[in-house]
Design a protein around this ligand. Structure first.
Ligand SMILES: Cc1ncc(COP(=O)(O)O)c(C=O)c1O
Length: 494
C-alpha cells in the first residue's frame, strides 16, 4: 500500500486483490464519502475503470483510505443506485455497463467518416503490417527463455548504452552477409525500431550543423513530422520510376536525405544503379549524409536484392534497420549503423531519452539471428508474400488490365492506379463501406507547413496503396473484386 501525505491531502493507491486505483482524499475539502463517490464516478465516465472491472471490497478500501467502512458503503450504494456499479453475491462490486461517453476513436461514428470502425473491416489492406499469423512465436519464446537462462548477471544491470555487444556483433555480421554492408559492432547502436533510430539520428546530425532534411515525395507518412520534431526543416524531392530524383537535391538547402532505396515507400520502385551513384556523389559534393531506411530489402522476389548503400560508402550513409516487418511490430527492435562521427551523438540521444532497449530482448534477437532461426523465418515468409503478390498481381490484371499495379518486385505493398478522373477519397470511402480498408496515395504526399519554401510538387494520378502482408490469398481476391466493383460504380470525379 502506498500512502502519500501532502498538506492534509491523502492519496492512496489501493493495491490488494482487486484492481489498483488511485483515490485522493483531501481531509480539508469536505465530506470524504462524496470525494470517493465523485472520483469513482469520474473514473467510470472517463473509462479509467472499464465495464466489468471489480472494485475493492468496502472493507479493504476503507482500510486503505483510513475512513470508516460505512463511508465507503454509502459511496458504493449511491453509485449502485445511479447504475454506475452493480453487485452480485460471489463476484463483488463491479463497474456496470453505463451510458458513459464513447471513448474517442473506438465506437463513435459521425456518419461522415470515410472509414468504418475497425471491427467492420473484414479485408485490411493497411500498409506496413507483416503476416501476423506466422510470427515465429515458438522460436521467440525459445530465444527469450535462452536469453533469460544465459545472460550474464552483470548484463541485467544498466546496459551498455550503445546496446548489447552480442546483438551489435550479430546484426552487423548479418548486414555484411545479407546486405553487403561494411559496418562492424563499433558502428552500431541498438534501438527500439526504425522510428526511434531515426529520431536519435536526426538529433545527432542536427548537432553537426545539418538544418534541413530532404524527403521522398511521396514517401512514408510521418517522416516530415518526425523531421520537424527534431527541429529540422523538411523539403520534398520527387520520386519517379528510378526512385528519388537526385538532381532536385542540388537546388535545396538539404545536406541530409532520407531514402527507401530497396523498395521505395510507397511507390515500390528500387533505386536504380545510376541514381544510387548520383546520390552518393551528391552526398560527397555537399558534405552531406544519406539516411538509408533499409526496409523491405529482405523481400525481393525477382532476384537478389541490391546491397545496402551503406556498403558503398560507410562515411556518407547511416543505415537504419528494424525487425518490425521481418518479425513483428510487437518486437520492434532495430539498429543504426553510422560513421564514427555520428555514433556518439546517437548514443547521447539514446541516453537522454530512454537509456536503451531491454537487454533480454536484445539477447533474444541475437540468439534468434545467430542460430539461423531468423533466416529460416525469412525464407518461410518470403514464399508466403511471393504467393500473395502473385495472386494480387493476377487478380488486379484481370480486374483492371495490365500495368495498373506497379511496385510488386519487392515488399508487401503495391500501388493501384485509379482512372484519372476518379476521386481517391470516394473510392477509399466506398471500399470501407464494403468492409475493405485501403489508403489513398495522397496520404503519402509531403505536407508543406506554413512558411515552408517548398518547391512546386509534381502532381500524381489518383491511386491506392495496397498492403498485402497480412491479407491471405482468398481475401486478396475478394478485396480486389470489391475494389473493382467500387471503381465500376463510381461516377468520374465523385
Ligand atoms: C518505410 C518504413 N520504414 C521502416 C518501418 C519500420 O518502422 P518501426 O521499426 O519504427 O516499426 C516502417 C514501418 O511501418 C516503414 O513503413
Amino acid at each position: 500500500m502506498d500512502h502519500l501525505l501532502f498538506n492534509g491531502a491523502m492519496t492512496v493507491k489501493w493495491a490488494r486483490g482487486g484492481p489498483g486505483f488511485l483515490v485522493t482524499l483531501d481531509r480539508e475539502a469536505g465530506p470524504l464519502g462524496a470525494q470517493i463517490q465523485n472520483q469513482l464516478r469520474a473514473a467510470i465516465r472517463d473509462h479509467r475503470l472499464d465495464t466489468g472491472e471489480r472494485l475493492p471490497s468496502t472493507r479493504d478500501l476503507a482500510e486503505a483510505l483510513g475512513v470508516s467502512r460505512g463511508t465507503v458503503v454509502n459511496a458504493y450504494d449511491q453509485l449502485l443506485a445511479e447504475g454506475y456499479l452493480e453487485s452480485s453475491v460471489g463476484s463483488g462490486t463491479r463497474v456496470a455497463a453505463v451510458a458513459a461517453p464513447v471513448r474517442p476513436g473506438t465506437h463513435a461514428s459521425d456518419g461522415n467518416s470515410p472509414t468504418p470502425p475497425i471491427e467492420h473491416i473484414e479485408i485490411d489492406f493497411e500498409y506496413g503490417i507483416p503476416d501476423l499469423g506466422t510470427v515465429p512465436l515458438i522460436d521467440w519464446a525459445w530465444a527469450i527463455s535462452e536469453a533469460t537462462r544465459t545472460l550474464p548477471t552483470v548484463e541485467l544491470g544498466d546496459e551498455d548504452l550503445t546496446g548489447s555487444g552480442h546483438l551489435r556483433d550479430v546484426v552487423t555480421a548479418y548486414h555484411r552477409r545479407v546486405r553487403a554492408g561494411s559496418a562492424t559492432a563499433e558502428d552500431a547502436v541498438t534501438v527500439s525500431g526504425f522510428r526511434q533510430g531515426l529520431t536519435f539520428t536526426l538529433a545527432a546530425i542536427a548537432r553537426h550543423g545539418i538544418r534541413c532534411l530532404a524527403l521522398e515525395d511521396p514517401g512514408p507518412r510521418e517522416h516530415g513530422l518526425i523531421a520537424r520534431r527534431a527541429g529540422l526543416d523538411a523539403v520534398p524531392i520527387p520520386v519517379d520510376g528510378e526512385g528519388i530524383d537526385v538532381s532536385h537535391l542540388y537546388s535545396t538547402d538539404a545536406r541530409a536525405v532520407l531514402v527507401t532505396p530497396a523498395h521505395q515507400c510507397p511507390m515500390g520502385v528500387a533505386l536504380s544503379p545510376a541514381r544510387r551513384r548520383m546520390l552518393l556523389e551528391w552526398a560527397d559534393a555537399v558534405d552531406g549524409i544519406i539516411l538509408e531506411d533499409d526496409y523491405d530489402a529482405e523481400f525481393r522476389y525477382d532476384r537478389q536484392p541490391v546491397g545496402s548503400l551503406q556498403g558503398l560508402n560507410a562515411e556518407r550513409v547511416i543505415a537504419l534497420g528494424s525487425v518490425s516487418k521481418t518479425l513483428a511490430p510487437a518486437i520492434r527492435l532495430g539498429w543504426v549503423l553510422a560513421p564514427p562521427r555520428f555514433v556518439t551523438g546517437i548514443i547521447e540521444e539514446k541516453r537522454l531519452s530512454s537509456r536503451g532497449v531491454p537487454g533480454l530482448d536484445q539477447e533474444a534477437l541475437a540468439l534468434l539471428m545467430e542460430t539461423g532461426r531468423f533466416d529460416r523465418h525469412l525464407r518461410h515468409v518470403r514464399e508466403i508474400y511471393r504467393e500473395r503478390r502473385d495472386v494480387l498481381s493476377s487478380e488486379a490484371e484481370r480486374a483492371f488490365g495490365p500495368g495498373q499495379l506497379p511496385g510488386l518486385l519487392a515488399g508487401c505493398h503495391a500501388v493501384l492506379y485509379l482512372p484519372t478522373d476518379m476521386s481517391e477519397d470516394a473510392v477509399v470511402a466506398a471500399a470501407a463501406s464494403m468492409g475493405v480498408r485501403v489508403n489513398g496515395l495522397s496520404g503519402y504526399r509531403f505536407r508543406p507547413q506554413p512558411g515552408d519554401a517548398t518547391p512546386q510538387q509534381v502532381p500524381l494520378p489518383p491511386a491506392l496503396v495496397l498492403g498485402f502482408g497480412n491479407v491471405d490469398s482468398d481475401k486478396i481476391r475478394r478485396g480486389i473484386r470489391a475494389i473493382a466493383a467500387v471503381i465500376c460504380n463510381q461516377t468520374p470525379n465523385q
